[in-house]
Design a protein around this ligand. Sequence first.
Ligand code: AMP
Length: 425
Amino acid sequence: MEKGNVLMKRYDIGRLLGQGNFAKVYYGRDIKSGQSVAIKVIHKEKVLKAGLIEQTMREISIMRLVKHPNILQLYEVMATKTKIYFVMEYAKGGELFKKLCKGRLKEDVARRYFRQLVSAIRFCHSRGVYHRDLKPENILLDENGDLKVSDFGLSALAESKLQDGLLHTTCGTPAYVAPEVIGRKGYDGEKADVWSCGVILFVLLSGYLPFFDSNLIRMYRKICKAEYKSPSWFPPNIRKLLTRILEPNPHIRISFDKIIEHPWFMEGLETKPCDNESKEKEMILPVMTKSTTNTNAFAIISLSMGFDLSGLFIENDNKEEVQFTSKNSPSEIMIKLEEISGNLNFRVVKKDEGLLRLEGNMSGDCLCVDIEIIEFACSFHVVEMKKVKGDVVCFQKFLNGGIRTALKDVVWSWQGELPMVNDGD
Ligand code: AMP
């Protein structure tokens, strides 16, 4: 994408704001309203190759639901055959850490940013989203100097993804990552984010990293032992808080609920910030409408597969084809389909790799249905059921006469329904 281009007839594209391995971020302007936005452009192939589409979809669904003053809002998701575009709130103040080039922050200023950071992260945790990749580039400032966490929910797209090896991040350093994440032991998302917040707090107050070594192995050791030295000017209550946060054992590391009760965090506040919870709740978009919210997320899948599912959310009883997504293997899906067709007295007239043709009698008419299993990511399939012969009413009867219920064990989501979020896997 080039400066001066127009995206989907809606946004003027401006200068490049920044870039990572997966994405480039451009300044954009909504042509109609004049509103400034940031547009993140992601190459679909890279996401597909990394097998991240399912997780990305799920997190986008969540992110479209949350609104918080310290989280960059995701306005919309668009896609073409090769690229995905995230249209986000524009953070005019740029990266928070650029401010640190001028030196460390005053204690009160650091505390304000830290509170905003904790507020954003607690809010997302309460909705089952963990950042896992908190680092300076992801902390931006808006025009009022308020902190905005970016990439919440898109963190799956970060180049420092766990299985890729954490030592290959942008800055080539695991400086912000918790010991248990480096150790790949399987970790608790909340406690890992607590650690990263501790490193960020240290940097805000001191102007330098708590764990640093030009040799990565030595740096790794320092992190795992939480070997750091606070500057002499750190007051005792900051030191105490940091000791509790930068605790290598995640089981005894302080939680966010305790951080917000800590005297240093509370200084100058009359009530615990969690009392804002009700205010935050009001900011969740009330109802997710099928036509606006899901269509976009599904469009990513549909366009990636080269066919358009944009009509997915239009309720239509005359449809001659339906799709569902599944996390089961093709052979499991096949077995289930054959079992169900037998129960309905339908014959398998053709069976190829990933394709099944069923024929049978439905209300006195001959009905023929093709079922195709399309692999999307290794554990994510789209199954398309299409009428090839017979009446559309018979096809609807075939679908609604028990087949939906019978397929429930292999269906992740039917077209038009929101994929399950937060199902714990
Ligand atoms: P990211 O790929 O999200 O890490 O973004 C790369 C860089 O682009 C960031 O470090 C920021 O400098 C810039 N950037 C990303 N998102 C925004 C935004 N919403 N507003 C302003 N700058 C941004």
